[in-house]
Write a protein that binds this ligand. Structure first.
Ligand SMILES: C[S@@+](CC[C@H](N)C(=O)[O-])C[C@H]1O[C@@H](n2cnc3c(N)ncnc32)[C@H](O)[C@@H]1O
Length: 346
């Protein structure tokens, strides 16, 4: 290996071995409100002023801000030998809580649930699943269930899930023209964030979010004040309860939570409940057919191993699940982050 190749390899090693530290720096700055403060202030601030406004230590704050500059989350300009910090576009767009495309809640979930959950990765790869302890000390099969047992934890998960749709909701909902599906159910649709994107694109359709009782109760409470759109909520368990007849069922980030057998069970139920000519729209990260990338999908497949009993799949693997459930016509498209697969009933 040449000296240049050697240096490049060691640089790659350094970045990757410190990846966890980089994430934690971003999470910490979010949690302390650095990006919110700088967005609100509208002008760059010194490290001392930031520490004072956030109630944090001057020495710790300075080091955190300097590291954030290295991560391109903040920029720093010198004025009269003093460093003044401001948000980069990335921070203004995605890290400040008040930004319309904020990923704040997803980062919070990553920091509080995924980050500690990864301490089990070696054991999980070696031996399989948990059990994991909830905050009340109960044992759960998956780390996810253990981390979403209380009302507060459920809220944290729901807010985290919603963040993705401010970035990708419009793209996934417009990948196929869905305007001829008049009655749509978003199964496991959580608080209705994706349903809102759907109804804004297809205002002549009606959409119902179908989710577990505790999720629907909370979503109804929240949507009373914020949701003026025509979204209704229905409580039920898509494995145990009958699923109402519809033209289109959306399954966004649902199948990757489950093993193949459960996916076929659910898709078969939907094939039976679906009106003729209707279909099922699956939204998931897709692995390439040769399983070489994309890297994000491999990362998420490992996360699914830690958090759930599922995995990420290739388009062919999803098509095989649809076919086993009775669907004949299956097409897929790739979006910038998520794949969109539409299976039609004849
Ligand atoms: C990973 S989240 C995806 C939420 C939403 N579809 C999204 O992409 O933002 C999984 C959702 O499925 C719901 N869910 C899990 N098991 C369910 C079941 N058996 N019946 C109905 N909903 C279920 C959860 O409550 C949660 O809202």
């Amino acid at each position: 290996m040449s000296v240049t190749e050697d240096t490049e390899t060691i640089r790659t090693l350094f970045r990757q071995q410190h990846g966890f530290l980089m994430s934690k720096i971003m999470f910490t700055a979010c949690e302390l409100g650095v990006f919110d403060l700088l967005l609100e202030s509208g002008e760059p601030l010194s490290s001392g002023a930031i520490a004072e406004r956030l109630g944090t230590s001057p020495s710790g704050t300075e080091r955190l801000l300097e590291a954030c500059v290295g991560l391109k989350l903040l920029r720093m300009e010198r004025k009269d030998s003093e460093g003044l910090y401001g948000n980069t576009n990335l921070a203004n767009l995605c890290l400040a809580k008040s930004s319309p495309k904020s990923q704040y809640h997803y980062l919070k979930f990553q920091s509080e649930v995924i980050y500690p959950g990864l301490q089990f990765l070696t054991d999980i790869v070696r031996e399989g699943k948990g059990p994991f302890k909830t905050t009340h000390g109960m044992l759960q099969k998956s780390f996810f269930e253990a981390s979403c047992s209380s009302e507060e934890e459920l809220q944290r998960f729901s807010d985290a899930m919603d963040d993705a749709w401010s970035l990708y909701g419009r793209e996934v909902m417009s990948a196929f023209n869905l305007s001829h599906f008049s009655l749509i159910y978003d199964l496991g649709g959580g608080s209705g964030a994706l349903a809102k994107e759907c109804i804004s694109l297809y205002p002549n359709s009606t959409i119902t979010v179908f989710d577990l009782r505790k999720v629907v109760e909370r979503a109804k409470k929240h949507s009373m004040s914020s949701n003026k759109m025509r979204i209704t909520f229905k409580e039920g368990d898509f494995f145990k309860d009958p699923v109402p007849e519809a033209d289109l069922y959306i399954l966004a980030r649902i199948l990757h939570d489950w093993e193949d057998e459960k996916c076929v069970q659910l898709l078969t139920k939907l094939h039976q409940a679906c009106r003729p000519g209707g279909g099922v729209l699956v939204i998931e990260m897709l692995l390439n057919e040769d399983r070489c990338g994309p890297f994000e999908a491999h990362l998420h497949s490992l996360l699914m191993l830690v958090l759930t009993e599922g995995k990420e799949r290739t388009p062919s693997e999803y098509k095989a699940l649809y076919t086993a459930a009775g669907f004949k016509e299956v097409q897929h498209k790739k979006g910038s982050r998520y794949g969109i697969i539409l299976g039609r009933k004849q």
